[in-house]
Design a protein around this ligand. Structure first.
Ligand code: HEC
Length: 134
């Protein structure tokens, strides 16, 4: 009896850690943490999300809200191409933040466009923590 319980608990532990590994946001946060031992802070993420940066003409004022707006549950619009961008909030768009590769690609591209450089591991930690809670 005891050994059956042990086997069951091993299965449960294995299954739940498999789920954690499949969670792309958690997986990314873990990899950033290996660079910077910092806890994600949604308030800092929100502040950075709304912070304005100076860019080249014709888009001299840039922020993450330029294309995504400050309401993540609503659709955004690309400032240049005018293409509609689906809401980033996972609570209304289950596809959002669901693929590690896609998150990495867009964070890299969007930080460069908005801030003029790639985001640091610390900035990405705060941003993803904020986005993931929406
Ligand atoms: C110039 C327009 C633009 C700006 C500014 C912008 N983004 Fe994006 N972002 C996009 C587009 C377009 C996509 C792709 C949407 C899609 O394919 O569903 C995207 C996707 C993303 C994704 C991936 C979402 C997913 O589906 O997993 C993240 C994360 C993201 N942006 C974060 C940011 C952050 C953080 C900033 C500010 C530093 C920012 N974006 C600024 C246009 C922009």
């Amino acid at each position: 009896m005891k050994s059956i319980l042990l086997i069951i608990s091993i299965f449960i532990t294995a299954a739940s850690s498999a789920v954690a590994e499949n969670n792309p946001v958690r997986q990314l946060l873990k990899s950033y943490q290996s660079e910077t031992p910092i806890q994600g802070d949604a308030n800092k993420g929100q502040k950075l999300w709304n912070q304005k940066f100076i860019g080249k003409e014709p888009f001299t004022e840039r922020s993450c809200t330029t294309c995504h707006t400050s309401n993540l549950k609503k659709s955004g619009q690309h400032i240049r191409t005018k293409k509609i961008i689906k809401p980033l909030a996972p609570s209304v768009n289950t596809e959002s933040l669901s693929k590690v590769k896609k998150i990495k690609k867009w964070l890299k591209r969007n930080c460069k466009w908005t801030i003029g450089r790639e985001c640091t591991a610390e900035e990405k930690t705060h941003l993803l923590t904020y986005l993931n809670q929406q």
